[in-house]
Design a protein around this ligand. Structure first.
Ligand code: SAM
Length: 439
């Protein structure tokens, strides 16, 4: 056991201190300025990972927890830190990753708070497990694959808690057994809720094709959970990804409606959609503001999902091309563009890198919003499109810093950086980097 003073919060949700032997320690908890007692978990030649056992001197920025499952549940990292401090440290994490990974010194930049600190998540993925009262729907324990209770969770939309416990009650009276990934026995892996504040789409994810007592579940959900407008069965044999596989609609439309920037969207069960609606609105407005007169008339929307940027930002453009590899999202993007009367969007169902290698046209503006892994070394291929503006939207400051450095090598200059707190109570943060090039 060692007494340590915490220096700062860093990417990955860790806090950082220095041990008596001069090594860096990455701790699983604690806030800057705090003195803690920590035990060693793993030691490497260059740093230790440690567990905070006791806080000896708490920070003035520490507050009461918002939910009784913190800190055991892995849904939140910084729930007991004042919100203004969470914002401060998210900015610091971005600056540090740009400096460390991208060798870029960022000038002062703004972080936009989330209008809602709690009940902002439009989607929650609950893990099905055997609890003390029978089948339970929880979340994963921090840094672990073992499920824990999340009763009273404050992250999901307001009506999610009622729906989660309603599903527990209904499913406990059926023959369904929680899936056990060690023994391979059981059926139900997850219950996913997607909402829009008025109604909920619920998705039952099983390992195989079997959904015991299906008819009974449908009857009970319709009777007891009237705000569930559609129920979907997703068959997913893959234990590493939650939202994958073939789905069938048990009742309702099999999609959930959402409105963003005055545009209508239909979200299917296994497609990506940004998790915080108000913050996504702010990102769209920010892109509009930055575009001003420089954006030209053609937009290339890479990693387009169901059309979040093609359909909002794209309405100002004469020509829009959207590139997306998930066939479910591609289908939804086609439906969404028709729904909004944007029949001219060119929708390319392709891996982005394959597209970058083969397409030879010109675009005046590019928006890219890749998954956490970013684009990688082939981001240099963007240059041939001759765009005067590039908006890189990212939920991972580390890969964003790496890819931004590459774009600078091909002559792009950072014109602005703005962070958006898409994920309050966690260390995660969304960043938009706007890059420009004189042509
Ligand atoms: C972070 S989401 C962004 C989606 C969309 N821009 C939005 O704001 O809703 C990333 C998207 O990239 C897609 N994707 C992931 N890897 C891809 C690849 N290699 N090529 C094309 N699309 C990919 C995913 O299916 C997902 O829709």
């Amino acid at each position: 056991m060692e007494e340590l003073r915490i220096e700062k919060l860093i990417a990955g949700g860790f806090s950082l201190a220095r041990t008596a032997d001069g090594k860096v320690a990455l701790l699983d908890a604690g806030y800057p300025g705090e003195v803690v007692e920590a035990s060693k978990k793993k030691g490497r030649s260059d740093f230790h990972t440690m567990k905070v056992e006791r806080v000896l001197v708490p920070s003035n920025s520490r507050r009461e927890r918002l939910c009784r499952n913190f800190p055991v549940c892995g849904g939140c990292d910084w729930q007991t830190l004042d919100y203004s401090e969470q914002l401060f440290w998210k900015r610091e994490v971005i600056s540090e990753q740009f400096k460390r990974v991208g060798k870029i010194e960022l000038e002062d930049f703004e972080i936009v708070p989330s209008p809602r600190e709690t009940n902002y998540r439009l989607k929650m993925e609950y893990v099905c497990h055997g609890g003390k009262d029978g089948l339970s729907l929880g979340l994963y324990r921090r840094n672990s694959n073992s499920p824990v209770s999340c009763q009273g969770c404050v992250l999901g939309l307001k009506d999610f808690e009622k729906a989660r416990s309603g599903f527990e009650e209904i499913l406990r009276k059926t023959a369904i057994v929680p899936y056990n990934r060690v023994t391979g026995r059981g059926e139900l892996k997850h219950v996913i809720l997607r909402g829009n504040g008025r109604e909920i789409m619920a998705i039952l994810v099983t390992k195989g094709e079997c959904l015991p007592d299906e008819n009974r579940i449908v009857l009970e959900v319709r009777k007891k959970l009237p705000y569930v407008s559609t129920l979907v069965h997703l068959m997913n044999a893959n234990d590493r990804v939650v939202m994958r596989g073939v789905s069938r609609t048990l009742f309702g439309e099999g999609v959930i409606d959402q409105e963003l920037s005055g545009r209508k969207f239909e979200i299917p069960p296994v497609a990506f959609f940004q998790n915080n609606l108000e913050v996504t609105e702010s990102i769209v407005s920010h892109i509009f503001n930055e575009m001003k007169d420089t954006a030209g008339d053609s937009l290339l929307d890479l990693y387009s999902g169901i059309g979040t940027f093609s359909i909002t930002v794209g309405k100002k453009m004469g020509r829009v091309t959207a590139v997306e590899s998930n066939p479910v999202s591609v289908k939804a993007l086609k439906a969404n563009s028709n729904l909004n009367g944007m029949f001219g969007i060119e929708i390319v169902s392709s891996d982005v890198i394959e597209f970058l290698k083969s397409d030879q046209r010109h675009y005046s503006t590019i928006i890219l919003d890749p998954p956490r892994s970013g684009v990688g070394s082939e981001i240099g291929l963007l240059d041939k499109f001759g765009a005067s503006m590039v908006f890189y939207v990212s939920c991972d400051p580390t890969t964003l810093a790496r890819d931004t450095a590459k774009l600078r090598e091909s002559g792009y200059k950072i014109s602005s950086v703005k962070a958006f707190d898409m994920f309050p109570q966690t260390w995660h943060v969304e960043t938009v980097v706007c890059l420009v090039k004189k042509r």
